[in-house]
Ligand binder design. Sequence first.
Ligand SMILES: Nc1nc2c(ncn2[C@@H]2O[C@H](COP(=O)(O)OP(=O)(O)O)[C@@H](O)[C@H]2O)c(=O)[nH]1
Ligand SMILES: [Mg+2]
Length: 279
Amino acid sequence: MDPLRWSSSPSSSGTSSPRTPPCEMLGYVGIEAVLDQLKIKAMKMGFEFNIMVVGQSGLGKSTMVNTLFKSKVWKSTPPGLVGTIAQTLQLHSVTHVIEEKGVKLKLTVTDTPGFGDQINNDKCWDPILNYINEQYEKYLQEEILITRQRRIPDTRVHCCVYFVPPTGHCLRPLDIEFLQRLCQTVNVVPVIARADSLTIEERENFRRQIQHDLKTHCIDVYPQKCFDDDINDRILNSKIRERIPFAVVGADREHLVNGKCVLGRKTKWGIVEAPTSKI
Ligand SMILES: Nc1nc2c(ncn2[C@@H]2O[C@H](COP(=O)(O)OP(=O)(O)O)[C@@H](O)[C@H]2O)c(=O)[nH]1
Ligand SMILES: [Mg+2]
């Protein structure tokens, strides 16, 4: 930053000490350079973003993660299970560093085992909620140290993607109970899993029904009202709220469509393309 330049020397007034800036600051200070400095610093340091995927097993969580990053984030296909993703048996995380135009993003995706598969599903959410809370605790413990690291490794879950089964009816009691707990702990983005199994009309009706269920059961998903302070954010957030839950389709096989390789699900009736972003 340019050194601060006062229009007159603070010490010359005689009354103020050399350290006290004058009451009225005239002239060029150079604060405009702060933005550039912050940008350069942020680009050098990069950003961290941690996503967690949660939902019953078989809803396509692991596939979705592979689809999103167009790579095998999860090692799968053990011998004998060719073409399928191995069932996720415990919580585990994978980190990728993505760089775009000099901006680095350290992205960590945590896959969770399916819940609600037992006869008694009491407290089936405990391992997931415990994991999320442990990460807050870990960060806090680092933060309160007197001699703390300049950059504390951030393993807190910033966003939790919750997979709703594509029943076309309404949220199940298990989903409601889990979502209520999850929303009090972390930012939750609900998605309609395996959305290719619904027609456009069924999907829209299901979306409206879920929006209604979320409201009725006071499930406060992302973006919460507290993110509405800024007018631009408010407009964007209200658009997002209309589209939530997003409908998702996952695929980790490539197919040739019009001479182009696309990720998609090949069915008897055609190929359902899955949108991707490169990692
Ligand atoms: N129809 C359909 N099947 C999917 C989709 N995503 C994944 N699958 C399939 O569902 C099965 C379970 O997927 P997986 O990702 O292991 O589910 P997870 O247990 O939630 O991690 C696999 O056979 C996938 O190929 C989808 O969007 N639509
Ligand atoms: Mg899985």
